[in-house]
Design a protein around this ligand. Sequence first.
Ligand SMILES: CC(C)(COP(=O)(O)OP(=O)(O)OC[C@H]1O[C@@H](n2cnc3c(N)ncnc32)[C@H](O)[C@@H]1OP(=O)(O)O)[C@@H](O)C(=O)NCCC(=O)NCCS
Length: 142
Amino acid sequence: MSIRKMKESDLPQVFAIQNALAFQEWNERQFLAEIHASYALCVVFEQNNRIDGYAVFHLMGPDSELLSIAASPEQQRTGIGSALLNEGLSRLDFASGDRMFLEVREGNEKARRFYEKHGFEAYAKREKYYSDGENAVLYRKA
Ligand SMILES: CC(C)(COP(=O)(O)OP(=O)(O)OC[C@H]1O[C@@H](n2cnc3c(N)ncnc32)[C@H](O)[C@@H]1OP(=O)(O)O)[C@@H](O)C(=O)NCCC(=O)NCCS
């Protein structure tokens, strides 16, 4: 098992996970922009020569943002999401006084429990934030 930086050649497997989960609709252009952006950290979780998860973070001074995190459907609840999040926090050198932000669909209970387990707290809600009218809940970890 290893967690390493995402490469362009990983994108077919990343898309397979994204499409199976149907939780976001990033296209290739968006992923490529993140892979090459100096302020972004894109990582994949690899085991048995297979990518089973990925995460994308942005770093802006002491504040960072978790833009996306996913574990393949058949491998969920086995610690992949936690490993990716912890890798991001350590590579971003998350220190006392730093903050990490994210937003999540209000009805995404699984992700909300995951973030809460990792010390994120909900601090605001954006009504009808998503194009289908669902609210976003904003979380931060300090
Ligand atoms: C959110 C997500 C990344 C979590 O990844 P994961 O690898 O399944 O999570 P982990 O195995 O590391 O779980 C860590 C903790 O999160 C919580 N958690 C994870 N899945 C949960 C579930 N289905 N129900 C309740 N709590 C859950 C639990 O507290 C869990 O600890 P425990 O198993 O000891 O009780 C994963 O569910 C996922 O890919 N979801 C679809 C994509 C998504 O919604 N991403 C977030 C929006 S950007």
